[in-house]
Write a protein that binds this ligand. Structure first.
Ligand code: HEC
Ligand code: HEC
Length: 307
């Protein structure tokens, strides 16, 4: 009989869609109402740690604080165009509430309640504390408004369906907050917080699976550049075991490697941001990196000295 089969298929389809809709629903954070005066210096430190300028500054002009967006980011899934996050009320995020911003950075959810693509590294930023994100928001508001909206991403179906990212997030996004390791020093914990959270170092320095998720067992063990060009080195002790904590901290400030080379490619803009941090924060990151156990990552196509 065709009819009952059709009905059953219809019911199954509705149930499957219901399950899909339920699984992919964006879950926003509720912000505790708080009157606090933001710490702008802290906001600036986190802006630099987070490398927001590397992606959001208007390309091909010298001012790293003009966050009008427009940079094209290549990926295996298509091209992303980085949006305007300047305080412009019409084209940027000037009209956003603090809760809108906190949900974007910590949960990858837009004010309209849709998912952001993880090309915006909220998959790392989610470790940040709410108050740090509030300070960052307050700092961003002090930057110059830039007019001009950035166009849509160029992504083929099915990658252009934001709702599907709900599934991706279930698979690859951890929303647990940062946990202090009481057995480690305050500097180590600060380093762990910055490297894994705002610093989003693992986003480039880890291999990814076919769906673009970081391979958890090989975090920091290097891999192909997610933007498509070149190789990102292993920064566990497998790769930089011969570097001292001071070598690492110096590198994060100047880009100079102990062997005499200088950082190139995708690491250069990272250094530009990290150079603005306090020396204490760079030293903390170095202490944390030096503590990462050696992990063998994938083998680069042609042998390049990784240190
Ligand atoms: C690797 C590049 C990259 C970095 C680094 C980055 N972003 Fe983004 N950001 C993006 C992309 C791409 C999008 C668009 C995501 C989408 O459309 O789903 C985005 C979206 C956003 C949005 C949403 C804007 C809107 O109009 O909806 C905000 C807010 C934002 N980023 C803030 C930040 C902040 C704050 C930082 C630094 C802590 C930062 N981003 C660092 C790439 C980046
Ligand atoms: C946008 C991608 C990207 C991000 C984000 C990034 N890196 Fe890198 N990193 C690279 C690339 C590419 C190189 C190789 C540069 C070269 O060979 O000149 C590199 C090199 C390094 C090296 C030198 C390793 C060696 O063996 O030569 C260290 C150390 C390092 N990065 C640490 C960090 C830390 C710490 C962070 C987070 C604050 C970070 N990186 C974030 C792309 C990135």
């Amino acid at each position: 009989m065709l009819r009952p089969t059709l009905l059953a298929a219809l019911i199954a389809a509705v149930a499957a869609f219901g399950l899909y809709w339920w699984l992919t629903a964006p879950a926003a954070l509720a912000l505790p109402a708080a009157t606090r005066s933001p710490d702008l210096a802290n906001g600036q430190e986190l802006f630099n740690a987070g490398g927001c300028s590397s992606c959001h500054a208007v390309p091909n002009q010298p001012d790293r604080l003009r966050l009008g967006g427009g940079l094209a980011l290549g990926s295996p899934f298509g091209t992303f165009y980085v949006p305007n996050i300047s305080p412009d009320p019409a084209d940027g995020i000037g009209r956003w509430s603090e809760a809108d911003f906190v949900n974007a950075v910590l949960r990858g959810i837009s004010p309209a309640g849709t998912h952001y693509f993880p090309s915006f590294p909220y998959t790392s930023y989610h470790l940040a504390s709410i108050d740090d994100v509030r300070d960052l928001f307050a700092y961003l508001k002090t930057l110059p408004p830039v007019s001009g909206r950035v166009g849509d991403h160029a992504l083929p179906f099915p990658f252009n369906i934001r709702r599907n990212l709900g599934i991706w997030k279930l698979l690859f996004m951890d929303t647990a907050p940062f946990v202090t390791d009481a057995g480690r020093s305050p500097q180590w914990n600060r380093g762990a917080y910055l490297v894994n959270g705002f610093g989003h170092c693992a986003e480039c320095h880890s291999p990814r699976n076919a769906l673009g998720g970081i391979i958890a067992g090989q975090r920091f063990a290097g891999g192909p550049n997610p933007d498509g060009e070149g190789w990102v080195p292993n920064i566990t002790q497998q790769g930089i075991g011969s570097w001292s904590e001071k070598d690492i901290a110096d590198f994060l400030e100047t880009g100079d490697m102990p062997e005499g080379d200088s950082a190139s490619g995708a690491m250069r803009p990272v250094i530009k941001n990290l150079a603005q941090l306090t020396a204490e924060d760079r030293a903390a990151m170095a202490i944390y990196l030096k503590s990462l156990p050696p992990v063998q990552g994938p083998t680069p196509p042609q042998r390049k000295q990784g240190g």
